[in-house]
Design a protein around this ligand. Structure first.
Ligand SMILES: C[S@@+](CC[C@H](N)C(=O)[O-])C[C@H]1O[C@@H](n2cnc3c(N)ncnc32)[C@H](O)[C@@H]1O
Length: 245
């Protein structure tokens, strides 16, 4: 299958997904409550945004977009799914915010070079030709620009088992990135920070919707301690990488 056919199939998948055609799948894959600590960390990494031009790739339903625009950035959002962009635009309008939605592929961004202060990418690289996407991110950033990538990683054993058996995302054939892929990405930037998240806490995910879901809190705290140990970082579920040119 050619890459353009692949992209069309993925766009169809996400059009149906974001239209809520399968609310159960949407609920299962919404980890935002569970990931409140990760998003608090991302919020700090974003820093001051007022007046900055921000490009978000793959906004989905726009949870991050809302924050970026709410903090005063001029936000452009690109996604292959038209339905995503409709949903994001509506959601921002309800919040009194505006954005520039553009339906396009991250591998070929039809935007000027050196034109954005920040590129924000969450849970998207796994679906793209990531080397081309990241090179495009670098191209569109101003000389002092920053990029924040929030990505699920490849090597958590229990998550990998779930992905290969139960996850409905497996039909999209994602390529989850590894630390060595991120070493390559880091090499395109002058510097930055990488923080891994979640080792044991994912075991509490099947308990969502029950009182035992609170187990996530101590497990996340334990994970913060364990993930200071280098060998364990390799099997973290998520990585937040914040790089500057
Ligand atoms: C897993 S969702 C993540 C959505 C959102 N960032 C979040 O974290 O909730 C991936 C999004 O990336 C979009 N996407 C996938 N491949 C893309 C590509 N090559 N170019 C632009 N967007 C893409 C999908 O349409 C979808 O909206």
């Amino acid at each position: 299958m050619s890459q353009s056919e692949d992209t069309a199939g993925l766009a169809d998948y996400y059009d149906r997904y974001w239209a809520g055609a399968d609310p159960a799948a949407l609920a299962t894959h919404s980890y935002r409550d569970f990931q409140s600590d990760l998003h608090a960390y991302v919020s700090k990494q974003l820093g001051a945004l007022a007046g900055l031009r921000v490009l978000e790739i793959g906004p989905g339903l726009g949870s991050a977009t809302l924050e970026l625009a709410g903090r005063g950035a001029e936000v452009w959002a690109v996604d292959i799914s038209g339905q995503s962009l409709v949903a994001v635009r509506e959601r921002l309008a309800e919040a009194g915010q505006t954005l520039r939605p553009v339906q396009m592929k991250s591998e070929e961004l039809a935007v000027a070079s050196a034109s954005f202060d920040l590129v924000y990418v969450e849970a998207v690289l796994m679906h793209t030709d990531w080397r081309r996407t990241v090179r495009e991110c670098v191209r569109v950033l101003k000389p002092s620009g920053r990029a924040i990538f929030v990505e699920p990683l490849r090597h958590h054993p229990a998550v990998a088992l779930y992905r290969s058996t139960l996850s409905s995302f497996r039909q999209t054939r994602p390529h989850y990135l590894s630390w060595s892929d991120f070493a390559e990405i880091r090499g395109l930037f002058a510097g930055g920070q990488e923080r891994p998240f979640y080792l044991l806490a994912p075991f509490s995910l099947p308990l969502r919707g029950t009182p035992l879901r609170r187990l996530a809190v101590p497990l996340r705290a334990l994970d913060r301690a364990l993930l200071r140990l280098s060998p364990l970082k390799r099997v973290a579920w998520y990585l937040v990488a914040s790089y500057s040119l």
